[in-house]
Design a protein around this ligand. Structure first.
Ligand code: SF4
Ligand code: ZN
Length: 369
């Protein structure tokens, strides 16, 4: 969100190579910098508008956008290139859609697309600051509110997938928090984020409410009958395709593991992230497997009905570092002690259950009890 003089309506700029300078099959960094001015624009709306990049770019034939924040992947198909697609055309789509979808809050918009690594590395600092601010605002909220919000944005990929977002469990893409969904509904009351009064509680421990079930059943085109918020093992929430991470059970270790989109390597459940994504994506309910947002791991409600954080036995080193102090704080809050994080195995310890079990035993990991 910028001031009225800081944006030239409709301006498009590409910093870095255009598509003609990119060899077929190559990989480039990509950044979107979108400046909005609107008399009714609020900082709370930024996350909502940002998430629409994902939704709107997928309208482009031959274009594919998945994931969120600074972890997105974009593909441009050969057919799109042959039809004359240029990097600057991302901006055409974005400007047209932002203006038609949000006329009440956007008066001016300009888009800069960056394919130059050094420029991205500089500009991304601002984005990371914004993400930290958004995450911090959620910290004091709890799931004890009457109203959760739906998100149906990903039905363009996974037609039967319904996310329900609560204060302590953000959307599995990691880009839609309860506050974002609430703001989105304020901007667009008939849009993809609808308030749902939880209604009668059917199972307090597993986290199941009648009205949420009814909403999910109707909006999953009568395929998903019930969802439990706080367990992986029975009627877990469905997964579309943009999960930041995937969780899977490890029977031998009596625990669960989590791998991320960024971690390409093997994992103790015998599958890589891509293989797991193929198993539990597409809007299916797969007990024992579930997509999740990275920040859900430090939530007090993290698989609470399965024993919570104490069941977490393996995660990539990078994820541990990403969660940092928040993970330590969550462990302490759960009575697991500050050294709990050191009891969680990672790829340096092993990538099979047999390899990590002796480590868990030596560290007296609580999952084994
Ligand atoms: Fe919405 Fe869920 Fe898709 Fe995120 S993953 S955009 S919360 S439907
Ligand atoms: Zn999705």
């Amino acid at each position: 969100m910028v001031g009225v003089d800081e944006v030239e309506d409709g301006k498009i700029e590409v910093i870095g190579p255009e598509i003609d300078e990119m060899p077929e099959g190559s990989v480039f960094p990509l950044g979107f910098m979108i400046d909005f001015y609107g008399r009714k624009m609020q900082e709370d709306f930024e996350g909502v508008l940002e998430r629409r990049i994902h939704y709107n770019l997928n309208y482009g034939e031959g274009l594919w956008h998945v994931a969120q924040r600074n972890m997105m992947w974009v593909r441009i198909g050969k057919n799109a290139k042959e039809a004359g697609f240029k990097i600057k055309d991302f901006s055409e789509i974005l400007i047209a859609k932002f203006k038609s979808d949000f006329p009440a809050i956007i008066d001016r918009v300009q888009v800069t697309i960056i394919t130059d690594k050094d420029v991205i590395e500089d500009k991304i600092k601002l984005a990371i600051e914004k993400y930290a601010r958004r995450d911090a605002r959620l910290k004091d909220l709890t799931d004890d509110v009457e109203t959760y919000y739906s998100c149906l944005l990903c039905q363009s990929f996974a037609p039967n997938h319904v996310c329900v977002v609560s204060p302590e469990r953000l959307g599995l893409c990691g880009a839609v928090s309860w506050l974002d969904a609430k703001a989105s509904n304020e901007i667009n009351p008939l849009g993809p984020n609808q308030p749902i009064e939880k209604g009668e509680c059917l199972d307090a421990e597993k986290g199941q409410w009648k009205n949420l079930n009814d909403f999910i059943y109707a909006n999953s085109h009568n395929t998903v009958e019930a969802v439990n918020f706080y367990t992986l093992m029975e009627n877990p929430m469905t997964s579309c395709g943009c999960f930041e991470a995937i969780m899977a059970i490890l029977p031998l270790c009596n625990g669960v593991m989590i791998t991320t989109r960024e971690h390409g390597g093997d994992t103790p459940c015998g599958m890589t992230f891509s293989a797991l994504a193929g198993t539990c994506g597409g809007g299916m309910q797969t007990p024992g497997f579930m997509g999740l947002g990275r920040r859900y791991i430090t939530s007090k409600k993290f698989i609470k009905a399965d024993g919570g954080l104490a069941r977490l036995v393996w995660m990539p080193k990078e994820l541990k570092e990403f969660l940092g102090q928040d993970l330590i704080d969550a462990a302490v809050a759960d009575g697991l002690g500050a050294d709990f994080v050191d009891k969680i195995a990672d790829e340096t310890v092993g990538t099979t259950e047999d390899e990590i079990l002796p480590f868990l035993e030596e560290k007296q990991h609580p999952a084994l009890k």
